[in-house]
Design a protein around this ligand. Structure first.
Ligand code: MG
Length: 318
């Protein structure tokens, strides 16, 4: 049955430029796809992050301009396009509003630096799990801030430390030893240390994983499903962070999850309401229970009101 494909590019400005390993991120750019079949409409979003391992927006635009509506025909080199088309197709058949998680199920973000004040603010907002960025200041300073943070937080709060691949092996060992001793105290739980070493050092991270009790999560190492499958095949049994919007075909992730039951933690790629809905839907399908906090605390990060729009309203704005 013929499916008609249309797309509209978008640009959103971050309220505060995001600090990344590749410099400030000022504009989030992507495409909203609209499929039409027999009068039914389905929306999908292509939200690539090329510096994180997906295709570029230019690559995605070339593909979209061909008007090919079947996600299986999209090559693996275009994982964000695969995701966007697959979600638009699924949305054609089941046009529901989707589930928005409660704030307690969302991981609150705490930027790098002295963390206690922001962390307590997040807890007051209702977050039960927090992610703090590390590996930006000296390890001496940061471990001292962690010590203060753990003492300040109420019991039962869970922490994720995200190094974005920025630690050396000896720094990673120091962090893990500290995490193990905090976890032995049972006041605050360090859920995992995320991507301590650079993306290509998976074997070294696996060795660390077998030496320390605190879980290690791969993020930058597994931007796409193909990379995730590769690490699994090589024996990685720690946590995987999945950004559905750039990972590839949702049905492929679902099949992988059903077969192997890996420990997945889901995260936003700063997509609009269109991609968010689809990414959260996949997170609910592919998470062990209780669901690890969802890394989707990204609403209100842009200098616009798009978070309040429905997919159809967003489409009309573009
Ligand atoms: Mg991360």
């Amino acid at each position: 049955m013929a499916v008609e494909l249309a797309f509209r590019p978008y640009q959103r400005r971050f309220a505060q430029p995001l600090r990344t390993a590749h410099g400030p991120w000022i504009w989030r750019e992507g495409l909203i796809i609209r499929l039409c079949r027999l009068g039914r409409i389905g929306y999908g979003e292509v939200a690539p992050i090329s510096w994180f391992g997906s295709e570029s927006l230019a690559d995605a635009l070339v593909w979209a301009a061909q008007g090919e509506g079947s996600p299986e025909c999209v090559p693996d080199g275009l994982p964000a396009t695969q995701f966007g088309l697959a979600c638009a197709l699924a949305n054609l058949d089941a046009n529901d509003a989707g589930l928005e998680p409660s704030i307690a199920d969302i991981c609150g973000l705490v930027p790098a630096g002295e963390a206690a004040e922001t962390a307590l603010k997040r807890v007051a907002q209702g977050h039960r799990t927090l992610k703090w960025k590390i590996g930006v200041f000296s390890t001496d300073e940061e471990t001292q801030w962690l010590d203060q943070l753990v003492k300040a937080l109420p019991q039962g709060i869970r922490l994720r430390l995200d190094a974005n691949g920025g630690l050396s092996l000896s720094q990673a060992k120091r962090w893990l030893a500290m995490c193990d001793s905090i976890n032995a105290g049972q006041l605050v739980t360090i859920e995992h240390l995320e991507q301590p070493l650079p993306p290509d050092q998976v074997a070294a991270m696996a060795a660390l994983g077998s030496r320390y009790q605190t879980a290690i999560a791969l993020d930058e190492s597994v931007a796409t499903l193909a990379q995730l499958e590769y690490c699994w095949a090589r024996g990685w049994r720690g946590v995987f962070v999945v950004k559905p919007a750039i990972a590839g075909l949702p049905q492929r992730l679902q099949a992988f999850y059903r077969q192997h039951r890996p420990r997945l933690v889901f995260s936003s790629a700063f997509e609009t309401c269109v991609g968010r809905r689809a990414a959260l839907d996949l997170a609910y399908r592919c998470s062990q229970r209780p669901i690890p906090a969802l890394g989707f605390g990204t609403q209100g990060w842009f200098d616009d009101d798009w978070d309040t729009l429905t997919p159809a309203e967003l489409w009309d704005r573009l």
